[in-house]
Write a protein that binds this ligand. Structure first.
Ligand code: HEC
Ligand code: HEC
Length: 559
């Protein structure tokens, strides 16, 4: 037995230390674009990326702690509304849920259906999927447990969006509900007895066992709804979940640990942020909005965080990571190869004024490039004279920092301060050490590369600025609140001049009927301060005229 353990230990240490390989070592400078992160031959790279996109859509971690028995869930939603069993379940669960069907649940969760046929505007085309795979919306995943399907959520739940009908993998989901879902689940699960569950929903013993596993796992999940729809509390969820586990190298799940969770400031303080876009990864050597992950493959780290937030046993996770290195590589390759959607594909080349954008580029170089990097445009190429407009507006090159910077420009501090509340707990995990993850709290945020910035509204890590006009306005004069809404109609749901949400009288009336869509910057963690003085203000005086700002925005549309 001991020998076996030793063998496993050696295997784990050696193998995992290889997994924490060269490109993820702290401070490794980024000297070239790492779109093809493993430098694979072209054909193999394409296949690997496609395989990776599939893992992004369908969550691959089979040892995940929380699965919702799918059969019983279907029975439940297919039962008639006046079914006494259903009524009883609702009462038991103490939920006043407005949902009448699975489709409504998925809609509430902010998930999108797969397109019938992939759109040529999609920068990250989908892998081939069977009709069965497309049955549930993007992000919802069925995994087998006790021989039955259980439902969970993949990376695409938070990292994909419906952009005017195009389903873009790697773009921020503007309206994710993953945290609310876990929050509701952890509130309700303890009240449902597994035998009652089995009887009422006419489910199998296997479903009951799956339900028991999930009920156990959710004891170790600390949850919190976001302060505004569109933001995410994963940071707090990881911190609060860790505080419900024992303080040992594997953060063991013990009855004592969940009964007496250690207090954590993130229960109260707001450190919410929007899911980040994936196409910036290739430029960076530290991760997250505050650059606080300074070492390790960010995809590895994401699995770890996701699983801590799902109450998973970390020894099982460590084994899964070991056994599934190829899946992690595929997903990593896909994330690094992500591309942003292009403005002209949605609005046409003629919607861009190239001369105006060229003037905007000068302002960008003057006021923005030192933080956000320098773009070379097609129009700067020696052969520009012979190129069509489509080519002129492309990015021909981009120079970003070799070491990803973090700058405090006065934006809301909540998110970066939050990292202090659990960095130590995370770093001391054996699994963090094995995969080479190191977290260091920072002061400020990474000035992100601005590729595809037109599609990334609302702006800043906390969504506090509705469009680029507002971003280029003195903080004290930015809108104190705004209404958000889906990107369904290009004409009404998007302001093409200001790039982002239409404000005031331009706001679609329907948006104002849903209070969940209201963003109030006066609340904690939601402030819209900063990123003005020293950037486009000097001693409170604007650097640019109204028309110069408009030129700058024209340039930003082309990135
Ligand atoms: C519940 C929502 C959610 C899910 C699910 C999720 N993420 Fe994220 N992800 C986020 C949020 C929020 C951030 C930004 C956090 C921050 O830095 O403030 C983020 C950031 C990231 C980053 C860092 C980006 C950067 O620029 O540094 C990567 C990489 C990433 N996620 C990959 C993944 C992968 C891979 C998965 C699936 C294994 C995944 N995420 C699942 C919400 C999610
Ligand atoms: C001193 C460094 C610095 C300069 C100069 C600077 N920025 Fe930023 N910028 C940042 C930081 C840091 C953030 C992230 C702030 C946050 O999310 O809280 C940011 C965020 C942004 C965002 C939002 C990104 C997103 O994904 O939401 C945009 C757009 C932006 N900057 C545009 C500009 C423009 C245009 C200029 C020039 C007028 C400029 N910035 C100059 C540091 C800088």
């Amino acid at each position: 037995m001991e020998k076996q353990a030793l063998k496993y230990f050696l295997f784990t240490t050696i193998f995992l230390s290889q997994m924490a390989s060269a490109q993820w070592v702290r401070d490794t400078e980024v000297t070239s674009s790492r779109e093809n992160i493993y430098a694979l031959p072209e054909a193999q790279w394409k296949d690997t990326v496609m395989a990776g996109r599939k893992h992004a859509l369908f969550y691959p971690v089979t040892v995940t702690g929380l699965l919702i028995p799918y059969g019983p869930m279907k029975t439940f939603f297919n039962s008639a509304e006046n079914d006494p069993v259903r009524a009883l379940l609702f009462r038991l669960a103490q939920v006043v849920t407005p949902f009448k069907s699975m489709a409504e649940v998925f809609g509430w969760l902010g998930l999108h259906n797969y397109p019938e046929v992939d759109d040529e505007r999609n920068p990250n085309p989908f892998p081939a999927l069977s009709a069965k795979e497309k049955e549930l919306p993007m992000g919802a995943t069925l995994l087998q447990s006790h021989g039955k399907p259980g439902m969970t959520f993949s990376c695409a739940t938070c990292h994909s969006a419906d952009l005017f009908g195009v389903k873009v993998l790697g773009l921020t989901n503007r309206f994710p509900r993953a945290n609310d879902f876990f929050h509701e689940g952890s509130r309700v699960a303890p009240y449902i007895n597994s035998f009652l569950f089995k009887d009422l929903l006419k489910s199998s013993e296997e479903d009951r066992l799956m339900f028991i596993d999930s009920k156990e796992a959710i004891r170790y999940v600390g949850t919190k709804p976001p302060v505004a729809l569109g933001l995410d509390t994963s940071l707090a969820q990881v911190a609060m979940s860790l505080s419900r586990r024992a303080q040992d190298a594997y953060s063991t799940r013990t009855p004592d640990s969940y009964k007496h969770p250690r207090p954590n400031k993130l229960e109260k303080m707001v450190a919410d942020s929007k899911p980040a876009v994936w196409w910036n990864l290739k430029y960076k050597n530290r991760w997250l909005s505050d650059g606080s992950i300074v070492s390790g493959n960010p995809v590895h780290t994401n699995f770890l965080w996701n699983e801590i937030g799902r109450g998973t046993d970390l020894k099982s996770l460590e084994k899964w990571l070991l056994d599934n290195d190829s899946k992690i590589r595929e997903l990593t390759a896909a994330v690094f190869a992500s591309k942003p959607p292009r403005y002209e594909k949605f609005f046409g080349v003629n919607a861009l004024d190239i001369d105006k954008a060229k003037r905007g580029q000068k302002h960008f170089q003057q006021a923005c490039a030192r933080c956000h990097g320098t773009y070379t445009k097609g129009w700067e190429l020696p052969e520009a004279g012979t190129l069509p407009d489509e080519e002129l507006i492309q990015n021909a090159g981009f120079t970003y920092h070799k070491k990803t910077p973090v700058r405090d420009v006065g934006t809301d501090p909540g998110r970066y301060l939050g990292m202090r509340e659990f960095a130590d707990a995370l770093n001391s995990l054996q699994i963090s050490k094995s995969i080479g993850t190191v977290v260091e709290p920072q002061k400020g945020y990474v000035p992100p590369p601005l590729d595809g910035i037109w599609a990334r509204w609302p702006y800043f890590h906390n969504n506090s600025v509705p469009n680029l006009c507002a971003l280029l306005t003195k903080a004290s004069q930015r809108p104190a609140n705004y209404w958000a809404g889906k990107a369904a109609n290009k004409e009404t749901d998007f302001d093409q001049d200001c790039v982002g949400y239409p404000l005031n009288e331009k706001t679609p009336v329907a948006w104002k009927k849903n209070k969940d869509l209201f963003y109030d910057t006066t609340k904690e963690g939601m402030h819209n301060t900063g990123h003005d003085e020293g950037i486009f203000l000097k001693d409170g005086i604007e650097l640019f005229s109204v028309s110069e700002k408009s030129e700058l925005i024209e340039f930003l549309k082309t990135l």
